[in-house]
Design a protein around this ligand. Structure first.
Ligand SMILES: Cc1cc2nc3c(=O)[nH]c(=O)nc-3n(C[C@H](O)[C@H](O)[C@H](O)COP(=O)(O)OP(=O)(O)OC[C@H]3O[C@@H](n4cnc5c(N)ncnc54)[C@H](O)[C@@H]3O)c2cc1C
Length: 570
């Protein structure tokens, strides 16, 4: 199979949706010929799609079966995984979005996103080894490193000779990264010494690691810095790779730093700011990973439902199964539409320093992650259900898709953390402009959108439910804290209690409404997409209405339970 040419929605996204007239001059220089450049990129994706759809997809089952090789305490990737990574390096895929000056291809983020989605569809474990092992360390060094660090590491990473990792998580510091205790101490000669432990580090068995550590004596998010540590000479220890049921071919390592020599990446003290930039990009990557695995599951389920006959007809002709397939298609297409909208914004921000694009990107990034990954789990679950009994049989692959999908709402910030980010940001904007609650709400992207017909009325109703929820939550807050709140009085987490409780409900509604928006915008140019846009808008309306009712009917039992647990602690 060709994972580019055989995926009509991906091809449509490339051919008819991405605004190449803006992206090409911005990323390749204003003299670049748009048509020729786009034709070259398309050809490259078609060649890669063939390799990924045959070779990498063909090895995915074996990558999963073999898992991680633990050879006399040494952690390694399996032979088929190594073949995948070699193949991607030979295709020039490792340096896709890195500048030509360092051996890369200098392509926009949008183009590399197509590649990432195809790899994730073929083998999500390979996507992690590829993305975290090569792309992310190189991208971080490019963004924050000195010229010497760039020359030293990036060309070798691009050639696939060096593999890295990015280590933030520690046993006591997961979602709450501020609790990390790994320390960095400067030495006279400019070298820094790391002391501490990291856990759950993807591709941690590689040749170098970028470590988030704090200067001795600092606390919270201040005083953090990024450091590069080479593994050479047992400079740090790969203690183990976890035994796990998801992305089994990608080692998830525990690392020990005891007197590890490291060099700062950027200014020590800027670590938190740097990591946030990095996480925004990688959250888009994980959202796209979700789309990849969901595409694989949807494809399998569609094939199976067409050929499996029960009660005298293919099961896809039974209305409940047909509806499952339709839901899967809407989810995958909607997630893709939102993710590639974000990818384009990312290029406008990275290459054009466009501030409005940066604000829009900040608004939709947690939604791409939330919808792409929660959507992937739902789609894989439906694919398994459509397979009936054979769904749990290894040969049929859908069990592997299900297992692999389950990691996506966890790493790079869980779904709950995405929800907190989305809703806290929305509340900030709301409190700055409370009058927006009398109209179409605080989100510019949603407030400016308007569509004709059934899509338009469902979209407007869904947006109205979200504005209604915000209005009632703000009123509750004002009653408790007084009207000073509307003039900018600061809000703590305790004040935000009810909003934080319902953050995921609000995020779910927001994600569906944004998906309905981008699909409706697309349907204006591609009329054959209208039915799907109508379905997405109808779903958004139902989800927003259901969640608004759930929030309104909140009986306080969650806070009563928290109060009881707190008193147990005292
Ligand atoms: C396979 C795998 C690969 C990984 N790769 C990397 C990597 O390469 N580099 C790296 O640094 N890390 C990596 N991680 C770590 C990953 O990012 C963390 O596991 C993740 O951020 C969650 O942290 P945690 O596991 O400590 O869970 P916790 O933070 O303990 O969360 C547990 C639960 O509590 C919820 N929760 C926590 N705080 C709140 C809150 N304030 N409000 C509501 N709910 C909350 C969470 O949503 C979750 O459901 C990886 C993890 C895995 C499993």
């Amino acid at each position: 199979m060709n994972y580019f040419l055989d995926n009509p929605d991906l091809v449509t996204t490339f051919d008819r949706v991405v605004p190449w007239q803006r992206i090409v001059p911005l990323t390749q220089g204003k003299d670049a010929n748009v048509a020729d450049t786009v034709a070259t990129w398309r050809e490259m994706l078609a060649v890669a799609g063939e390799y990924i759809g045959t070779e990498i997809a063909g090895r995915a089952k074996l990558v999963d079966e073999l898992g991680v090789i633990r050879d006399g305490g040494r952690v390694e990737t399996s032979a088929p995984m190594n073949a995948n990574l070699r193949g991607l390096a030979e295709l020039g895929f490792v340096g896709l979005s890195l500048p030509e000056a360092y051996g890369g291809s200098g392509l926009p983020f949008t183009v590399s996103s197509f590649g990432v989605e195809m790899i994730a569809r073929a083998c999500p474990a390979t996507m992690v080894e590829f993305g975290i092992g090569f792309t992310e360390p190189a991208a971080m060094i490019l963004r924050f490193g000195t010229e010497e660090q760039k020359q030293r590491y990036i060309p070798r990473v691009v050639r696939g000779e060096l593999k890295g990792a990015v280590a933030m998580t520690e046993p006591q510091a997961g979602s709450d990264v501020g609790r990390l205790t790994t320390t960095a101490t400067p030495r006279q000669d400019g070298c820094w010494i790391l002391q501490g432990r990291k856990q759950f580090i993807s591709a941690g068995q590689g040749d170098l690691v970028i470590v988030l550590a704090r200067s001795v004596g600092s606390s919270g998010l201040d005083g953090m810095g990024m450091f590069i540590a080479d593994r050479e000479g047992d400079n740090y220890v790969v203690e183990r790779a976890e035994h796990k049921f998801t992305i089994r071919g990608s080692p998830t390592c525990a690392l020990l730093f005891e007197g590890t020599r490291a060099t700062p990446l950027g200014k020590p003290g800027d670590g938190w700011k740097q990591i946030l930039t990095f996480m925004n990009e990688s959250r888009l990557g994980v959202g796209i990973q979700g789309i990849g695995v969901a595409t694989a599951a949807f494809e399998k389920a569609s094939e199976y439902a067409a050929q499996r006959v029960q009660m005298d007809k293919p099961i896809r002709e039974h209305p409940m199964v047909a509806e499952m397939l339709l839901e899967m298609e809407t989810t995958v297409t909607g997630a893709r539409a939102l993710a590639y909208t974000a990818a384009v914004l990312q290029d406008l921000v990275l290459f054009g320093h466009d501030e409005q694009a940066a604000r829009d990107l900040r608004e939709i990034t947690p939604l791409v992650k939330w919808y792409g990954t929660e959507g992937a789990v739902r789609v894989c679950r439906l694919a398994l259900q459509i397979h009936g009994g054979v769904g749990v049989v290894d040969e049929y692959d859908v069990g592997r898709f299900m297992r692999d999908s389950l990691i996506t709402p966890i790493y790079e910030g869980t779904s709950q953390i995405q929800s907190l980010m989305a809703v806290k940001d929305l509340m900030k904007v709301t409190m700055r402009r409370p009058r927006s609650l009398l109209g179409r709400g605080p989100s510019r992207l949603l407030a400016d959108a308007s569509f004709d017909g059934r899509v338009g009325s469902d979209f407007a109703a869904a947006r109205g439910h979200i504005v209604g929820v915000l209005r009632s939550l703000v009123l509750r807050l004002v009653r408790r804290k007084g009207p000073g709140l509307l003039r900018g009085a600061p809000l703590g987490d305790e004040d935000l209690g009810p909003i934080l409780l319902h953050a995921e409900r609000i995020t779910e509604a927001l994600a569906h409404v944004h998906v309905a928006r981008v699909l409706a915008e697309r349907a204006r140019r591609i009329p054959e997409r209208r039915r799907l846009a109508e379905r997405a808008a109808r779903t958004a309306r139902l989800v927003a209405e259901r969640n608004r009712r759930a929030i309104a009917l909140d009986d306080g039992s969650v806070f009563a339970r928290i109060a009881a647990w707190r008193s147990e602690r005292r």
